[in-house]
Design a protein around this ligand. Structure first.
Ligand code: ABN
Length: 178
């Protein structure tokens, strides 16, 4: 009987020791240091990678309500998209090779120049892939939540065209708001 207890006790000791070693390998100080080191090196490498941050930026390109390459330009008050003025087009014409969407989003913007309000139609230019070097603007004044498509502007209006690829957005004056 005492032989049995002696063998049982040795087996138990062995199991406890190998379990403790395995835990030390998994959760020990050296393992933790290796993981922290991996994060630090990974973070340093990741921060040097050439991420394109221009697309996500909603900061003004140059600034100014009269600069049509800036998100602050007065006609862009309800715009959500890439400025065609920074993608090879103008504020009212699509770049060569892109065509205007058949439907558009309409907003009302105040022109500080003549102190009048204007109806602005935002047409998407379609058929070319989005140019990530273009200035992205998100102002969307007057937009309502997306429960109704006509009230929401985070929409690819190229969906109405045969070529549905979104390229950029133009802003046409279509009337005076009285
Ligand atoms: N109307 C600009 C746009 C295009 C694609 C996706 C969201 C918004």
């Amino acid at each position: 009987m005492s032989n049995f207890f002696s063998r049982f006790s040795k087996a138990l000791d062995g199991a406890v020791v190998s379990g403790a070693r395995a835990n030390a390998r998994r959760f020990g100080r050296r393992s933790a240091l290796a993981k922290v080191g991996g994060f630090l090196v990974g973070g340093a490498v990741a921060s040097t990678l050439p991420f394109d941050r221009a697309f996500a930026s909603s900061a003004p390109a140059g600034g100014g309500i009269n600069d049509d390459k800036s998100c602050d330009y007065w006609r862009y008050c309800a715009l959500d998209g890439l400025l065609c003025t920074t993608a090879g087009g103008t504020k009212s014409s699509c770049p060569v090779g892109a065509e205007a969407s058949l439907v558009s989003w309409v907003g009302t913007c105040h022109n500080p120049g003549d102190k009048r309000d204007y109806l602005i139609s935002y047409y998407d230019c379609c058929g070319k892939t989005a140019y990530t070097g273009a200035q992205f603007c998100l102002r969307s004044e007057g937009e309502r939540p997306g429960y109704s498509m006509g009230l929401h502007n985070d929409i690819n209006w190229c969906m109405s065209n045969a070529n549905k690829g979104y390229h950029c957005t133009v802003a046409l004056v279509v009337g005076v708001a009285e």
